[in-house]
Write a protein that binds this ligand. Structure first.
Ligand code: FMN
Length: 140
């Protein structure tokens, strides 16, 4: 499978999370391209079988958390994702609030099937990352 990972990172945590997600797929032999959102081409990213989108959490720390404007602009510029799988991830400090389900619903509206939502506290891998790895392991 071809996997595209697009992330927005200000101080490196989301970039590190993108690297951890990439490693999970690479460990299973998948082809992975990791790109920061400012360099990503939405049309190119949408050619992957799996599109992973990651943002740092922006908000008032305990309320009004949202993905970054650059992340939303990237999603808005995507062509149809019909038939594609998507994974959403974020890094946060205190709480990511509704960031992940909100980003997931934007990708769902474009036709993707969102299979995983991963919230990294700083750079700490969430339990869902291990579950994602297990699910790939189960595939032939
Ligand atoms: C302006 C600003 C707003 C933030 N708002 C939140 C927030 O609402 N909730 C939260 O948990 N972390 C918040 N953070 C912390 C970052 O989301 C967190 O440190 C994240 O891991 C940074 O990712 P990065 O290293 O990829 O830039 C905020 C940081 C900044 C600079």
């Amino acid at each position: 499978m071809k996997v595209a990972i697009v992330y927005d990172s200000r101080t490196g945590n989301t970039e590190a999370a993108a690297g951890q997600v990439a490693q999970v797929y690479r460990d299973r032999g998948h082809e992975v391209v990791v790109t920061s959102v400012d360099k990503a081409d939405p049309a190119e990213a949408a050619t992957a079988d799996v599109l992973c989108v990651g943002s740092w959490t922006r908000g008032l720390f305990i309320v009004l958390q949202h993905a970054t404007p650059a992340t939303i602009r990237f999603i808005d510029a995507l062509p149809s994702l019909a038939g594609k799988e998507a994974v959403v991830f974020c890094s946060y400090k205190l709480s990511s609030g509704k960031l992940l389900p909100t980003v997931a619903s934007l990708l769902t509206k474009r036709g993707a099937r969102v299979s995983w939502q991963l919230a990294f506290k700083g750079r700490t891998p969430p339990a869902t990352l291990a579950q994602l790895a297990d699910s790939l392991r189960a595939k032939p």
